[in-house]
Design a binder for this molecule. Structure first.
Ligand code: NAP
Length: 408
């Protein structure tokens, strides 16, 4: 365990994509929370005028800032050579993210982001996992609402159950009890980009549909769970449940964590996620209504419908208003099994999941990556494998996440 944090460069941390909707929130959070500490950070974006506007609107006077271009590797290398860690909010990552990861590996700079683009993570694993290990670098994707609550919910639950019973759980079912929040233009753009790319390229569809898509070979696993695709009555939560759109990334991240730790939880460890609708038959029917927009966007090839949706949904750079960010929340429940149900873990977050909460999770992940004593493992990692207990502490202390276990 631990050490391996390099502190040899000018900055601890650079936030890349600072002028975007989420980037601004990350900068604001770091500035307010860490201004009286020794954290040595800077911000960067592609547009000097927007950066100047950000500095004056958030009163970030004194924070060093830089301009670079995600299509120009030389400009990215200038950034990555100056810092021990890069925190990126520039997406869709499949469009704008690859050269930055390459630059980080070449400069021996740690990297984290909030991508939920499974097919792009797979591309990065295939291209760079071995090189990252060789250069002793950590590339950490999915440090936002997807997939920190899921990945750390399992990490926390497994450590607690092992302490209590001497064994890891053989199955964990996560149920989204409730959540409230908005969506940004950047997230919509990234989601539409996944659909568009998977239509053009059948291999991308295969990765997205593969429950073990982020591990090298699905034959390594003895479990082969599909994502839930319909509404059913769940014997675990005793409620109607349906597909949770983010299970497509979260379950892959959790399974990759297990793979990266040499199958510590077992090759037959089962993990699934679903959205809880309620106990009554009415909640089942309301569940169908909640799934309609996602179904229409993902299944329908109708460009007219898409342009109609795009015309009233937020554009890149836009997102939920302050109140919606503050009043948002999420409540996840993890049912922990070892033959029978043994414990219930809750992971609750305050703040709009995708932005209020995500910006804190990402900021804390990047600071943890830059400053803390963390596991020594390198490569293209998951948040729990890269940052372990050090980030768990930060999430509870600073990012308004609460983890609790009740043994049954
Ligand atoms: N995992 C999660 O829970 C989670 C939550 C929120 C967001 N996300 C993801 O985070 C990403 C950002 O979302 P957002 O809503 O913040 O998006 P956004 O407001 O559109 O911001 C995107 C950022 O990327 C920059 N950018 C775009 N093209 C660029 C290029 N060619 N070179 C350099 N920079 C470029 C933009 O610069 P300008 O400001 O100059 O336009 C902006 O700073 C999306 O992929 C989204 O899906 C994930």
């Amino acid at each position: 365990m631990n050490i391996g944090v390099k502190k040899n460069k000018k900055f601890d941390l650079i936030v890349w994509g600072a002028t975007g909707y989420t980037g601004k929130l990350v900068c604001e959070y770091i500035f307010k929370k860490y201004k009286k500490t020794n954290l040595n950070w800077a911000l960067a974006g592609r547009n000097k005028y927007k950066i100047d506007g950000l500095i004056s609107s958030l009163k970030l006077k004194g924070i060093p800032h830089f301009v670079a271009d995600s299509n120009n590797k030389k400009s990215l290398l200038k950034l990555t050579k100056m810092t021990n860690t890069i925190c990126s909010t520039v997406g869709p990552y499949a469009k704008y993210g690859t050269l930055l990861v390459e630059a980080c590996i070449e400069s021996k700079t740690n990297y984290c982001d909030i991508t939920g683009e499974t097919h792009w993570i797979k591309e990065i694993i295939d291209k760079y996992h071995t090189k990252a290990i060789k250069n002793k670098v950590k590339i950490v994707h999915a440090c936002g609402f997807d997939s920190i609550p899921s990945d750390f919910g399992v990490f926390y639950a497994q450590n607690k159950i092992k302490e209590n019973s001497g064994k890891y759980a053989s199955k964990i079912s996560m149920r989204v009890i409730s959540m409230k929040g908005g969506i940004s233009g950047g997230t919509i753009y990234s989601f539409l980009n996944i659909i568009e790319e998977s239509r053009k390229n059948k291999n991308i569809k295969k990765v997205l549909n593969n429950p073990h898509g982020l591990s090298p070979n699905k034959d390594l696993f003895d479990s082969d769970e599909e994502d839930l695709k319909k509404i059913i009555f769940d014997s675990t939560s005793k409620k109607w449940i349906g597909p949770f759109v983010m299970a497509a990334i979260n379950t892959r991240i959790v399974r990759r964590s297990n793979y990266l730790m040499d199958f510590k939880y077992g090759r037959d460890f089962i993990y699934n996620e679903a959205l809880v609708f309620g106990r009554s038959i009415l909640s089942k029917f309301l569940g169908y209504f909640r799934l309609i927009p996602i179904y229409l966007i993902s299944k329908n090839n109708n460009t007219l419908l898409k342009s109609l949706l795009k015309s009233f949904l937020p554009k890149p750079g836009q997102g939920p208003k302050v109140n919606s960010r503050k009043n948002g929340y999420f409540k996840f429940r993890f049912y922990i099994f070892n033959n029978k149900l043994r414990a219930l873990v809750s992971v609750d977050g305050i703040g709009c999941p995708g932005y209020g909460s995500t910006s804190k999770m990402l900021a804390e992940s990047s600071i943890c990556l830059a400053l803390d004593e963390i596991p020594i493992q390198n490569g293209v990692l998951t948040p729990s494998v890269a940052l372990g207990n050090a980030l768990l502490k930060r999430l509870e202390k600073n990012a308004d996440l609460k983890f609790k276990i009740k043994f049954l």
